[in-house]
Design a protein around this ligand. Structure first.
Ligand SMILES: Cc1cc2nc3c(=O)[nH]c(=O)nc-3n(C[C@H](O)[C@H](O)[C@H](O)COP(=O)(O)OP(=O)(O)OC[C@H]3O[C@@H](n4cnc5c(N)ncnc54)[C@H](O)[C@@H]3O)c2cc1C
Length: 440
């Protein structure tokens, strides 16, 4: 490899090698290069930011309007680890970063920020121009095989990386930004977990998070493609409510997906792994109280006494749901409105407010939006993202044991931890370095 980046570094040695040109890696490389470090950014794919391109259904939900407390809460018990990274580079800084590169963001429902153009490629282009514009060298189609480390015991320090071709790339600092295990076609094949384990790091149990759920009920196939908006899904186990979400869900050929299901999926995965049988109960009319819904049903059946039950349901449900709903209610489809009894109405009420789907299992980790588990946070300094075991080794993004709910939180965490890792690694690698990070 030619050592042709513009920053002055020792011959044949980079200050920093960043492994993975995804959201966190590009931010880390860009920031370190901006501060004057000689940076090489290495990715196994033929283009940077492959996963970023498919985020938010190709629109990239880059952050959220929530406050710091919401963000920390979005990452559950491990959220506190992110305080430092968020205090250094948070939403406003990220929005300013994109604005400065011609990417205006717009706010949508649920506090989600997307590029005004609805194109994730703009987000990728902005990050590529940040890294390249500051002189980082981008090396594609080069899969890193191993991290090079010298010394022993507590004196171990990184020396660079070894790529699949057998080439060694020497570097004073290495930032691992290899992402998780999901959507492996985007290049995120979980290699960083192996690198970390090999060097003695603990990798906590890896499992799918934000993942669609397979259901026992085969009728979901008939509902494939149906999106339900403004519904409330409750995750139940042994009669107890484990979680409740309001918003949008989607039926697929195997079960259910969509934002509220993905948010509930973490708990569903935990339960199924413990041999439990959780169920999702959907309230299709959450805006109406019990009395209001009963009154509405009475009114519909009274006003359309001569119409069939199946036809009256058109005023209450999306068309494709009606045949399944009729079957589940056990009420004949052609029964007239004026023949619907009190017990029929109770059944209809029960189904409208508790449409049940028994969870068989989660879809495989390859289909998850994010990976739960990762490099143990106990072994990474949250002030710098540096490993507590190996000097000069940094982690950022999804390879860490952090996973948040949907809404732009995961990308913000990737950008924030990437920025902090880049800045800290630059501080360690070059002498005339001025940090913007306040001291501990
Ligand atoms: C379908 C989908 C939609 C999503 N939508 C959103 C969204 O709208 N908002 C949101 O906040 N989050 C979203 N996410 C989650 C978000 O994409 C991730 O949390 C984020 O990309 C993690 O960033 P990262 O830098 O850690 O990893 P990645 O972006 O996955 O980047 C890792 C990079 O490392 C490279 N790499 C891996 N191993 C090696 C190796 N051995 N050598 C060299 N390179 C290597 C890969 O090629 C890849 O480019 C979505 C995820 C998916 C799958």
């Amino acid at each position: 490899m030619k050592n042709d980046f513009p920053n002055p570094v020792k011959k044949n040695e980079y200050d920093i090698a960043v492994v993975g040109a995804g959201a966190s890696g590009m931010m880390a490389a860009g920031r370190a290069a901006e501060l004057g470090a000689g940076v090489v950014l290495i990715d196994g794919c033929d283009r940077p930011g492959r996963k970023l391109l498919i985020t938010g259904k190709g629109r990239s939900n880059v952050t959220n309007s929530g406050d710091l407390k919401d963000f920390i809460g979005a990452f559950g018990k491990n959220g506190r680890f992110l305080y430092r990274a968020f205090s250094v580079f948070f939403r406003d800084e990220l929005m300013g970063f994109f604005r400065a590169r011609g990417v205006a963001l717009k706010l949508e429902r649920g506090g989600r920020y997307f590029p005004e153009s609805d194109r994730s490629s703009e987000v990728v282009d902005a990050l590529v121009s940040y890294t390249a514009g500051n002189g980082a060298k981008l090396v594609l189609k080069s899969k890193v095989k191993k991290l090079l480390v010298s010394g022993g015991g507590s004196g171990r320090k990184v020396e660079g990386v070894l790529v699949e071709t057998g080439e060694r790339i020497p570097a004073k600092r290495v930032i691992v930004a290899t992402g998780g295990l999901s959507y492996p076609l985007t290049g995120s094949t979980g290699d960083g977990y192996g690198f970390a384990r090999e060097l003695g790091h603990t990798v906590t149990c890896l499992r799918p998070a934000l993942v669609p759920l397979e259901t026992e009920e085969s009728f979901v196939r008939e509902l494939q493609g149906l999106a339900l908006k403004n519904v409330e899904a409750e995750l139940l186990c042994e009669g107890k409510t484990v979680g409740t979400e309001f918003g949008e869900m989607l039926f697929t050929h195997f079960g259910v997906s969509g934002p509220i299901i993905l948010t509930l999926s973490g708990k569903a995965v935990e339960l199924t792994e413990r041999g439990k049988n959780p169920c999702v109960s959907v309230n299709l009319k959450p805006a109406l109280s019990k009395e209001q819904l009963h009154a509405r049903l009475q009114r519909e059946f009274d006003s359309f006494g001569l119409k069939s039950y199946q036809n009256i349901l058109k005023t209450l449900l999306p068309k494709s749901l009606i045949p399944v709903f009729v079957k589940l209610s056990g009420i004949p489809a052609d029964k007239k409105g004026n023949q619907i009894t009190k017990s029929d109405r109770e059944k209809i009420y029960g189904l409208l407010t508790g449409f049940k789907l028994n969870v068989k299992r989660a879809r495989p980790i390859e289909e998850a939006i994010v990976t739960a588990g990762g490099v143990s946070l106990k072994e990474v300094d949250p002030y710098t993202m540096e490993s507590r075991l190996i000097k000069g080794l940094y982690f950022c993004g999804e390879v860490l044991d952090i996973d948040g709910v949907t809404g732009g939180y995961n990308l913000q965490a990737a950008f924030s931890t990437g920025y902090l890792a880049g800045e800290s690694a630059a501080g360690g690698a070059i002498s005339n370095f001025e940090t913007t990070i306040p001291k501990k």
